[in-house]
Design a protein around this ligand. Structure first.
Ligand SMILES: *Cc1c(COP(=O)(O)O)cnc(C)c1O
Length: 350
């Protein structure tokens, strides 16, 4: 830390991304990326002619992309916000809506507490139940900004939109943000609820189900006043936060929605296969509705399994948090990758 760094940020603990190692080729099951490439439409849209146009700024309003997202979800363009990854949007949301404090689970996406700290937002940490589930009733009447990942990460557990609706109804004077990064893998979206609830904001990403983690694109859907608050912050920081190529990729990906739906289906099949194989080996595996499994073996510690898989060229994610230290979060790849994983686990367990 330099002697010039802001004192109020001195104790800030930054987010730790999953490893992106360069020492060898791994089967990467650690950062919940898609094992499938972007659709052909995306690959064709990002062509050398468009690269030549990079001398020009992109459209700061992202009109075409917003219109496509709006029509896919049956909302208006004014209900759609887009930015540089959903992390960007979460950051803005804590800044915009967190003045009265924030509440989120103790075991959830690690960025919530970072953004809260960054913006001096006081956090109420909500412990999960012993089975890792969220009890929505405990969120009633908190009257502060609430962030819920649904499905939750890294547990993969999903709660029905009707439960989220009750959380929003019972916190009428604060924003309830639902982070739907993983909703396409078997959950159900809260987007339809945003039409009747002016305090519900749904945040989603192209990084997981749409194979565009490297392009950095996220979106939010909600009441148009909420969206204009986010626009105000975007236009006060970086109006050009989405580059030209990413805009084109994002538009083409919506056109190719069926391709991504089919990929999600394949990932769900591979997930259920890997889950049942791990269960046969004695693992406890949560009922994940995401593109990852959250699994604990009675025979080997989470850390040791992580290290031994790494030696075999397979990367999974292990978290040091005491409550979940026995677990690993395993991204669901292709069926072949899952077969390789299961074989490696069998060898490790002997
Ligand atoms: C991956 C992830 C994000 C971040 O997505 P980006 O769009 O890549 O920034 C947000 N929330 C959750 C719960 C995630 O797992």
């Amino acid at each position: 830390m330099s002697r010039f760094f802001a004192g109020k940020l001195a104790s800030l603990k930054e987010y730790t991304p999953g490893e992106q190692p360069k020492d060898q080729v791994y089967i990467k099951l650690n950062t919940n990326e898609s094992p499938y490439p972007p659709s052909n439409g995306v690959i064709e849209a990002v062509n050398s002619k468009e690269v030549e146009l990079l001398r020009l700024y992109p459209d700061p309003d992202c009109t075409k992309l917003k219109e496509k997202i709006a029509s896919l979800y049956g909302v208006e363009k004014e209900n759609v916000f887009v930015s540089n990854g959903s992390d960007d949007i979460l950051n803005f949301a804590f800044l915009a809506f967190g003045e009265g404090g924030a509440a989120f689970a103790d075991i959830t996406y690690g960025f919530y507490k970072v953004f809260a700290a960054l913006h001096g937002v006081k956090s109420q940490i909500m412990p999960l139940e012993s089975d890792f589930s969220i009890d929505p009733k405990k969120y009633y009447g908190l009257n502060k900004f609430i962030a819920i990942a649904n499905p939750n990460a890294p547990t993969g557990l999903f709660i029905d939109p009707s439960e989220i609706e009750k959380v929003a109804v019972n916190n009428p004077d604060s924003v309830v943000l639902v982070d739907e990064a993983y909703v396409d893998f078997g959950g159900k979206s809260c987007i339809p609820l945003t039409k009747k609830l002016d305090n519900l904001l749904v945040v989603a990403t192209y990084s997981k189900s749409r194979s565009l983690a490297g392009a950095r694109l996220g979106y939010a859907i909600g009441n148009k006043e909420l969206i204009s608050d986010l626009e105000k912050i975007k236009f006060s920081t970086n109006p050009y936060s989405i580059n030209r190529l990413t805009l084109l990729a994002g538009e083409a990906a919506i056109d190719d929605d069926n391709y991504y739906k089919a990929n999600c289906q394949r990932i769900i099949e591979a997930r259920e296969y890997a889950k049942s194989e791990l269960e046969k080996l004695g693992f406890y595996v949560t009922d994940s509705k995401a593109n990852f499994l959250f699994a604990r073996s009675p025979d080997i510690s989470g850390k040791e399994l992580y290290l031994k898989l790494r030696e075999k060229g397979i990367l999974v994610r292990h978290f040091d948090d005491e409550k979940i230290t026995d677990f690993n979060r395993i991204t669901v790849g292709t069926m072949e990758e899952m077969q390789t994983l299961v074989k490696a686990v069998k060898e490790i367990l002997g």
